[in-house]
Design a protein around this ligand. Structure first.
Ligand code: CA
Length: 230
């Protein structure tokens, strides 16, 4: 597993490199936004948002288009706005300085698990299910139990994205990026309209929660209580 560390502070970078190498990762470090964008591909990018030559969020927006790369932002304590903007721009997770090595390693492992299972799912399982909902991407068919549901192309893509990431918040920007292949300034009312339409069509089987200021989430239903297991 390769990790790209984007950090301009030498002292912080040295500590990170030591800890990550010790944990068995292959590590490459750069200190500027320009170097980050031309660095070799990595499985995980640890991205300091405070960089000397550009806004770290710009780097994030570029990097998230790279298939198979998870991004964890690194911000200083008190920079809550930066963290939220990072999540909205497609970061998979964040850590706040000063952070402990154990916490950082746990977060790296978690994002790697998520990206691996999402990839395995795409490759091997042609259907997506959530409760009674079944989506078949190859034929673009949607069903609730045995009843077919008519979805537009965008509604289908949007629902499939939420179901693939069930249990996590999917940011508005990631949705716009993946479903509309549009960039930062996409009309956000279009997304709201599609969410409203989906709620009308599948809301009786799938609850789509709004996470204010960030995006949307669907949750896997709790398994039914089994008598005798209480
Ligand atoms: Ca910095």
């Amino acid at each position: 597993m390769r990790i790209l560390v984007v950090e301009d502070d030498d002292r912080v970078a040295r500590g990170l490199l030591t800890a990550l190498k010790h944990a068995g990762y292959e590590v490459h470090r750069v200190g500027t936004a320009a170097a980050a964008l031309s660095a070799p591909a990595a499985d995980v990018v640890l991205l300091d948002l405070g960089l000397p030559d550009a806004d770290g969020l710009e780097v994030l927006r570029e990097l998230r288009h790279r298939e198979g790369t998870a991004i964890i932002t690194v911000t200083a304590r008190g920079e809550e706005r930066e963290r939220v903007l990072g999540l909205r721009a497609g970061a998979d997770d964040y850590v706040v300085k000063p952070f402990g090595t154990a916490e950082l390693l746990a977060r790296i492992e978690a994002v790697l698990r998520r990206t691996r299972s999402a990839r395995a799912h795409d490759d091997t399982d042609p259907t997506l299910t959530l409760g009674t909902l079944t989506l078949t991407p190859s034929t673009r068919q949607a069903r609730i139990a045995t009843e077919p549901i008519a979805l537009t192309r965008k509604e289908f893509d949007l629902l499939a994205l939420l179901v693939r990431r069930a249990g996590t918040v999917v940011s508005r920007d990631l949705i716009v990026d993946q479903v509309w292949q549009a960039h930062w300034e996409a009309p956000s009312r279009t997304l709201d309209t599609h969410i409203a339409a989906l709620r009308g069509k599948v809301g009786h089987a799938v609850r789509i929660d709004t996470v204010r200021g960030v995006g949307y989430r669907v949750d896997r239903p709790d398994p039914p209580d089994l008598p005798g297991l209480r």
